[in-house]
Write a protein that binds this ligand. Structure first.
Ligand SMILES: C[S@@+](CC[C@H](N)C(=O)[O-])C[C@H]1O[C@@H](n2cnc3c(N)ncnc32)[C@H](O)[C@@H]1O
Length: 272
C-alpha cells in the first residue's frame, strides 16, 4: 500500500457497541429496588442453560439476580467457580445454605448486591432470568464489561436487536445464548503471504459485520459474523472465492490454522 493510499483510508470507528445504551454512570448508581420478582428457574432448565452455555470446570459464572442460588450451585457442581448476587437478603441466605448442602461453598459465593453494580469483567459466563426491559438495560454492561468470547445465557427473555447466537425451547420455556463479540469494526490491513496488501474496512452491529476489501484496483463487498472473537468473512459478489476466517486478538486478526502459511495465507492488523 502506498503512502497516498494510506492517507485516503476512511477512518471509521468500530461500530459503537455502547451506542443507544445507557451512559456508564447509570451503572454506578446504587439501586435498591427489586427490578424483578423471585421466580426460580426449574432445576432441569438450569442444567439445560448450563449445557447451552457449555459450562465446565474452566468457567467462572456470575448469576445476576440469583434467587435461591440454584444456577450458581449447579455450575459449582460442574466444577466451575460461581458468584450469585441478589438484592434480597433472604435470597442470599437461602443460596448460601444451598451451596453448603451441595458441598460447593468453596467455589460458589453469594453476595447481596444490585446486579447493575456487580463487576462482571472476570466472568466467562453470565446467567440471567430477568425481564425484557431489564435485559435491555443490562445489555450495554454485558457488551462492554465482559471479555470478548464470554457467554450470556438467559431464561425466557431475549436482548432485543442483539440476536441470540443460539436458542432452545424446553417444555415451552425459551433459553437464549450470546457470545460477546470482539470489536471488529474499523480498518484493517490484510497482508498476504505473497506480500500484497488489502484494506479491509468493516462496520459492526453486535456480531454482524459488513464492509469492503480493497486493493489492486478492486473493491469487493464483504459480510461476516463474529462468534466471540472468531470472525468469518466472505465476499458478496460472484468473483473469486474469498474466505477470511480467523480470530481477533486486540489489534491482530489472526487466520485460522489452514490460512497461516502457504499459498493464500494472510494476517490482519488493525490500522484504525
Ligand atoms: C426471576 S428471579 C431469578 C432467580 C434465579 N436467577 C433463577 O433463575 O432461578 C430474579 C431475581 O432477581 C433478583 N433481583 C431483582 N432485582 C435485582 C437487582 N436490582 N439486583 C440484584 N438482584 C435483583 C430478585 O430478588 C430475584 O431473586
Amino acid at each position: 500500500m502506498t503512502g497516498a493510499m494510506t492517507m485516503q483510508i476512511t477512518r471509521r470507528a468500530a461500530l459503537g457497541l455502547v451506542t443507544g445504551g445507557l451512559a456508564a454512570p447509570a451503572f454506578a448508581q446504587r439501586r435498591r429496588e427489586l427490578d424483578v420478582p423471585f421466580v426460580p428457574t426449574p432445576h432441569s432448565l438450569v442444567e439445560q442453560m448450563l449445557d447451552l452455555a457449555g459450562v465446565t470446570a474452566e468457567d467462572y459464572l456470575v448469576d445476576l439476580g440469583c434467587g435461591d442460588g440454584r444456577i450458581a450451585v449447579a455450575a459449582g457442581q460442574r466444577g466451575a467457580r460461581a458468584l450469585g448476587v441478589d438484592i434480597e437478603a433472604l435470597r442470599i441466605q437461602e443460596a448460601a445454605a444451598a451451596a453448603r448442602v451441595a458441598g460447593v461453598e468453596g467455589r460458589v459465593r453469594f453476595r447481596r448486591q444490585d446486579l447493575f453494580a456487580t463487576p462482571i469483567h472476570e466472568a466467562s459466563v453470565v446467567a440471567i432470568y430477568l425481564l425484557p426491559d431489564i435485559n435491555l438495560r443490562l445489555r450495554p454492561k454485558l457488551l462492554t464489561e465482559l471479555p470478548a468470547g464470554a457467554r450470556v445465557v438467559s431464561h425466557a427473555f431475549d436482548m432485543g436487536d442483539w440476536a441470540a447466537d443460539a436458542e432452545e425451547v424446553h417444555d415451552g420455556r425459551r433459553i437464549f445464548l450470546w457470545h460477546v463479540p470482539a470489536v471488529a469494526g474499523g480498518s484493517w490491513e490484510v497482508t498476504a503471504t505473497d506480500g500484497s496488501y488489502r484494506l479491509l474496512e468493516l462496520e459492526q452491529r453486535f456480531q454482524e459485520v459488513a464492509g469492503t476489501l480493497s486493493g489492486d484496483g478492486t473493491v469487493r463487498a464483504v459480510v461476516g459474523r463474529l462468534r466471540g472473537r472468531h470472525l468469518v468473512l466472505s465476499a458478496q459478489d460472484d468473483g473469486a472465492p474469498l474466505a477470511l476466517s480467523g480470530t481477533i486478538d486486540g489489534a491482530d486478526f489472526l487466520p485460522d490454522a489452514a490460512a497461516r502459511s502457504g499459498q493464500g495465507g494472510w494476517t490482519g492488523r488493525r490500522i484504525a
